[in-house]
Design a protein around this ligand. Structure first.
Ligand code: CP
Ligand code: NVA
Length: 301
């Protein structure tokens, strides 16, 4: 029994085993209707709590469907309807939930909330996004890259935009999976200093993407960013938009990824999102398969 809190907190061999398991489960389901149970039912009899303190489409639906395909049951809880952190401490909530459910997935604001939940729960906890990271997303992204291009080790990944939580998990993955990561964005939106040494910086987006195997971006205003910062962020990030010119600079072999939701014609043009380099729908699908493998790994099931 183990928690999945961040990519840098999980051993590279274990990360690889999770992706192999995800691949095998995806292949085994090929062509079957979405509601078909998996042949294996490793979560039979298991109850999974899915806690959301922030909105979600992909994380919510993919975890819920994944648990059901593996024979388990889910309970989706919204933070605002719980006592979490206001009526009751995080630690006490963790102790109580552990008496009812076998696994907890939480999407929250502060990283500290996730860490306290994991420290005091007696069941595994999965990070479904915090202000600081989004590891489930990047497991799906590595899986997606490898489906299209083979091993990611030694390849060049370029992040263009805000040095945010999703970037942080890419930085962790660069170390664990052995790929080269370049950040291009304004100095004011540089990544968390804790990530220093995991990536290189190139302020000029055209120079940064030259020779890239993968170009990635994300929203210019994350859920934890104040709306009052919206205009300033847009002004600072506009030069880092992923558009036809930038993808042309990257070269014909480069893929494009975005964790979604995307703001069409802000951080990425519709032309790129819907164009031949884009693998965003595969990325979204692979959340399902990658997270199923993460849940099995957590439970040893
Ligand atoms: N990419 C992602 O986590 O999407 P949701 O916010 O819709 O879950
Ligand atoms: N960086 C975004 C990712 C959403 C999936 C956010 O935190 O809002």
């Amino acid at each position: 029994m183990q928690s999945f809190l961040d990519i840098d907190k999980t051993d590279p061999a274990q990360l690889r085993a999770i992706l192999d398991s995800a691949r095998a489960m995806k292949d085994a389901r090929a062509g079957k209707p979405k509601g078909t149970p998996d042949d294996d039912q490793p979560l039979a009899g298991h109850m999974v709590a899915l806690i959301f303190e922030k909105p979600s489409t992909r994380t919510r639906v993919s975890f819920d469907v994944g648990v059901r395909q593996m024979g388990g049951q889910t309970m989706v809880l919204s933070g605002s309807e719980m006592q979490l952190g206001h009526g009751e401490t995080i630690a006490d909530t963790a102790r109580v939930l552990s008496r009812y459910v076998d696994l907890i997935m939480i999407r929250t604001f502060e990283e500290q909330t996730l860490l306290e939940m994991a420290e005091h729960a007696t069941v595994p906890v999965i990070n479904g996004l915090t202000n600081a990271s989004h590891p489930c997303q990047i497991m799906a992204d590595v899986m997606t890259f490898e489906e299209h291009r083979g091993p990611i080790a030694g390849r060049k990944v370029v992040w263009s935009g805000d040095g945010n939580n999703v970037f942080a998990s890419f930085a962790h993955a660069a170390k664990q999976f052995g790929f080269d990561l370049t950040f291009t964005g304004p100095e004011t939106l540089d990544p968390d200093r804790r990530l220093d040494g995991l990536y290189r910086t190139e302020r000029d987006p055209a120079k940064a993407v030259t020779g890239a195997d993968l170009v990635v971006t994300d929203t210019w205003v994350s859920m934890h960013d104040p709306q009052s910062a919206r205009e300033r962020r847009h002004n600072q990030l506009r030069p880092y938009q992923v558009n036809r010119q930038l993808m042309a600079q990257a070269g014909t072999g480069a893929l494009f990824m975005h964790c979604l939701p995307a703001h069409r014609d802000d951080e990425v043009t519709s032309e790129v999102m819907d164009g031949p380099a884009s693998v965003i729908w595969d990325e979204a699908e692979n959340r399902l398969h990658a997270q199923k493998a993460i849940m099995r790994w957590c439970l040893g099931a």
